[in-house]
Design a protein around this ligand. Sequence first.
Ligand code: ZN
Length: 277
Amino acid sequence: MLRERVADDIYVFTSDLYVKVMAGVIFTSQGVVVIDTLLFPQETSELVDLVRRRAKNEMCYVINTHSHSDHLYGTYLFGGAEVIGHELCRQALQKHGEEDLDEAKGRIPELAEVQLRLPSVTFNQELTLRLGNKTLRLMHTPGTTPDSIVVYVKEDKVLFAGDTVMPVPYIVDGDRLELRESLRTISKLIMDNIVQGHGGVLLRGEVKATLKSSIAYLDTIYEKVQEKIEAGAPRDELRRIGIESCGKSRIPLDGLVQDLHQANLESLYDQLISGEK
Ligand SMILES: [Zn+2]
């Protein structure tokens, strides 16, 4: 697994095993904060080792950016930690977390030991965590999922964006207009780095342009799907709308972005046809 340092006390990890999903560890003068915990325990244990080595008996907090399993199944490995997330994240896990975990264990033997842990500290709009020398602003940024949050580390100008920022915006489990609004909100922050939910860290020179192209992408797919519907085109024709014609590269995440893009188009098409939006 790739480990990088984006600031003196901030480490980020990129999974080798599952779609380059990312997690972070922040050391403060009053405890350690883990942001997302990956899918496979064998990878999460690298974060646990780092925390044990450097923080020893300090207070540990785990922040879940949203309720998707690839970002939070490792949470149980941080036994004494206080777990923080959006109120809707807790509700989603309460509702179908156990059922989803059982199903995942049936498919993926490496998850046999995983136990579900729900956030015990929840919030709705915004929460500020002040830990000695660091200030963490947790903000609700729905769109990719209703329960998505981002974590802004003020002193280091680093944003942990969860799936709110990915190489291609993803709206199948969420809402296009909400995501658009969330991306606009994020754009107003002063950022040196964005840690994406998947696929790597955005550097200062890329941040603004990437957010801008993600907002444009959300507008473009809407226009293109709308055109297809107005022309009476069948759902299959969505295949002709390539990701590059919507302003995003087809390379990231080993090309998986193209599948995410197609899924976006299909979900928009279904919504528009059924008159939801
Ligand atoms: Zn994800």
